[in-house]
Write a protein that binds this ligand. Structure first.
Ligand code: SF4
Length: 442
């Protein structure tokens, strides 16, 4: 192959997207050309996800489709980390595998593959623990004015349904200095919102500073000029870190949004999941210390052994807590983790019907929460223009990209610019969307 363009496919969560962006930055710096049009590429880099069965299936489907189109494949990420023998054995088009802790080697791997067509390279560390500390180049493929900042990698918890610690290793934070430097770089390149991500952002700093240091990181990031919003994804509900909650309330740039996966409410199910107890106490503390906060959570229904009574406990909990945003997943069995071998696995039919009941419940809760915003003027980050509706579309501080509500905005004065923060008078609320009018810039 002579100077080929490298096609890119990124699958899975925002954490994976940031890894892809780092790899693209490294490839670009090494003088390699990348393209998002795979028709132009003979060699494709696919950053895969293996979190749950559906994600693995999607990853494998993408690989097979590209192989069938005659592409040669460089597979990175979770699937490469966990299934290297299977991938090498079953897909002859695989030219290289790069594990979750080895992404900084991507340029060397790609160059070697291009130079010698007989080579197959495997760079997969057994324990994926060499997370980078230095600020690496990044090519932002994210969401315009928003950029993700991965503050830590891996996880020290051992929830019985979760394969992440096997795929990503133990929890390891990056230093405040390196994160501030990377955030400044992202802001300089157009980011107005920085979204902090990791498997468990509340634990940030515990490994390197011997204390929870997310509040310190927020204060340091808050100093960055031209940065407008800081959003934190994925709190862990173990204990109430009052200092953190007060810091979120106090710093204007930190959005009043808490994403805290609770997974269940029933004490026995939580214990079987190896998750913290008393989720209601954590919610109470968040609401107490952060006025006007929106809380997002995710839950799993159909965990092995979940009885009707335990499910009803969850249903009542959600009905009483009235969380602003909510995702429900049906339990996905994986035999590599303890829950996959637990007795009393629940049928798919029952899991789906339980999920449906929670979604129906949340439909009403979400409508009610959105109705409360009608008549209020809120700040919206404009992210695009919806041609079909003839309206601008954006997000409020209470909504994360891709998973939460959108705000559709009329622009009678022609002032609105994509990437700007605009004051919008909310005039109509639907279950998962808001509609409003841009106010003239003062
Ligand atoms: S805290 Fe999250 S990432 Fe860590 S083991 Fe539990 S579910 Fe997995």
């Amino acid at each position: 192959m002579k100077n080929p363009k490298i096609g890119v496919v990124t699958l899975g969560c925002p954490k994976n997207t940031t890894d892809t962006e780092v790899m693209l930055g490294i490839l670009k710096e090494a003088g390699l050309e990348v393209t998002f049009d795979n028709d132009e590429a003979q060699l494709c880099l696919i950053n895969t996800c293996a979190f749950i069965e559906d994600a693995r299936r999607e990853s494998v489907k993408t690989l097979i489709e590209l192989a069938d189109e005659g592409k040669e494949l460089i597979i990175t990420g979770c699937l490469a980390q966990h299934y290297k023998e299977e991938l090498l054995g079953e897909i002859p088009e695989v030219r290289a595998l790069v594990g979750t802790g080895d992404l900084t080697k991507i340029a060397d791997v790609v160059k070697a593959v291009i130079a010698d067509s007989s080579l197959r390279i495997v760079e997969v560390s057994d324990v994926p623990n060499d997370y980078h500390e230095e600020v690496l180049p990044r090519l932002n493929i994210g969401f315009g004015a928003s950029a993700y900042l991965k503050i830590a990698e891996g996880c020290d918890h051992r929830c019985t349904f979760c394969i992440i610690p096997m795929l990503r290793g133990d929890f390891r934070s990056r230093s405040i200095e390196s994160l501030v430097e990377e955030a400044k770089y992202l802001v300089k390149n157009g980011a107005r919102e920085i979204i902090l991500i990791s498997q468990d952002s509340t634990y940030y700093g515990l490994d390197i500073y011997k204390r929870m240091a997310l509040a310190d990181l927020l204060r340091a990031l808050h100093e960055i000029e031209d940065l407008h919003w800081i959003r934190i994804m994925y709190f862990y509900p173990s204990e109430t870190n009052v200092e953190l909650l007060k810091t979120i309330a106090e710093l204007p740039k930190v959005v009043k949004y808490v994403d805290i996966p609770l997974q269940h409410s029933h004490p026995e199910v939580l214990s079987s999941m190896a998750r913290p107890q008393k989720p209601e106490a954590v919610i109470e503390a968040i609401r107490k210390y952060i006025p006007d906060v929106a809380i997002r959570s995710t839950f799993i229904v159909g965990f092995p052994g979940e009885t009707d009574e335990q499910f009803e406990h969850l249903h009542t909990f959600i009905s009483e807590q009235r969380l602003n945003r909510l995702g429900v997943f049906t339990y996905s069995k994986q035999t590599e983790v303890p829950s996959g071998n637990m007795p009393d696995q629940i049928s798919e039919k029952l899991k789906k019907s339980r999920r449906k009941r929670i979604m129906e419940l949340q439909h009403g809760i979400s409508t009610e929460a959105n109705q409360k915003l009608v008549g209020r003027t809120i700040e919206v980050l404009i992210e695009g223009f919806d041609e079909a509706k003839g309206l601008y579309v954006g997000r409020s501080q209470w909504d994360a990209p891709q998973v939460d509500n959108q705000v559709y905005v009329q622009d009678p004065d022609g002032d609105v610019i994509i990437g700007d923060f605009v004051k919008v008078l909310i005039q109509e609320a639907r279950p998962y969307d808001l509609f409003g009018m841009a106010k003239p810039a003062s």
